[in-house]
Design a protein around this ligand. Sequence first.
Ligand code: PHE
Length: 465
Amino acid sequence: MNKNNPLPSAENGQKQKTTFSGNIGYILAVAGSAVGLGNIWRFPYLAAKYGGGIFLLVYLILMMTFGYAMIVSETAIGRMTGKSPVGAFSSFGSKKWLKCGGWINAVIPMLILPYYSVIGGWVVKYCWEYLRGQADALAGDEFFGGFISNSLVSEICFVVFVLAAFFVIVAGVKNGIEAVSKIIMPALVVLAIITAIYSVTRPGALAGVKYFLVPNFKDFSIMTVVAAMGQMFYSLSLAMGILITYGSYLKKDSDIEKNTTRVEWFDTGIAILAGLMIIPAVFAFTGGDIKTLKAGPSLMFITLPKVFDSMGFGNLIGSVFFIMVLFAALTSAISLFETCTATISEELRMNRTFSSVIVLAVSLLLGTASVFGYGIWSFVEIFGMQILDFFDFLTNSLMMPISAFFICILVIKVIGFDGIAEEVKRSSKFNRQPMYYVVTKYIAPFFLMIILASSIASTLGLITI
Ligand code: PHE
């Protein structure tokens, strides 16, 4: 980027780049990034743990205010500069903190991709086993533990998953990401609706639906807000350079406000459907025992297979469910892969294919460490965490709030609210501009520091989240 031109025009930035062919392609790709394991596995478990209906209500309010403001900032920064995070930040000057802000946004996806793909590999394994008719075996207590501690089998599943993402990236933005998202996302919606209907119509499931949808203010605590906020960042893929990168591929005439609204509701819709798939089914299975729902990571891989097995048609419903999860995880992994590839090819001036090979190599290396962390390297502990959990903690609890903070400061101090508004208004109305202003300036920086402090405190065992 031309150093004398700190506010680059889009034409400068976008000239040599591939873009999405149209609005729908862009929306599906961003929605594909947003909808992932976070919606299907993490959201229902957190909702169950932090008060059911009241968690949902808090989440919706945060999503429409905070989430909206962050998506708009990132997309506008991306489209304004035509660059992925490092280039985007440094096109506003050469100050150290701008470099720092860009790089932290760029490094996060490189750290998430490997361990996200390890979990993607677990999903590959479950799809395979359900399709082979192994519902009974999957429902056994030992299956999951036995599988992840078998480093060879887990490694093969992980490699299959990363390679799938890699091939889509090599195919490019339009022919790869957009084409795959256009097929996968509608299929995912159909599968989610079928599974949710099946789940809420089980005998005894209605109590679960009520717990999940009806807010009860007695269940509210400050941790409801902290947990909902962390989940919202993760679920909308915020503060990880992804929306900056995808924004840089966005055409100047695409309506940022409308697209943002569509994406946030799509993401939340899938999370609600996932809640309706999982919470009522587990309620029906356990007779309303909320403790089972709080199982966390094991909920999807240990409890749900038992629930499916007990429902009848276990193999069919298990296959449908895990294929859906696989689609969701794959499109999210693709967005992570793309952001890393774009950063490397822009910053090191390499061609796309070569950059994606570097990302593949780093992912294989770090991901293998995470795989081995549950198997042959299970003696390794970092701050009391296994390798995979450590990467998750490092990125989501420590780096993400810092990176979001940098984005807010970039908007407040350098670009200015008028700069963002001008970019948004090139192609659309900016109805929520006053709200955007208040949230970005006063609420976001404060809340981000609270998330950071609470996650550090909970790791040190000072509070329990
Ligand atoms: N948003 C994705 C989900 O809900 C996860 C994700 C996080 C994807 C970070 C990309 C980057 O699962």
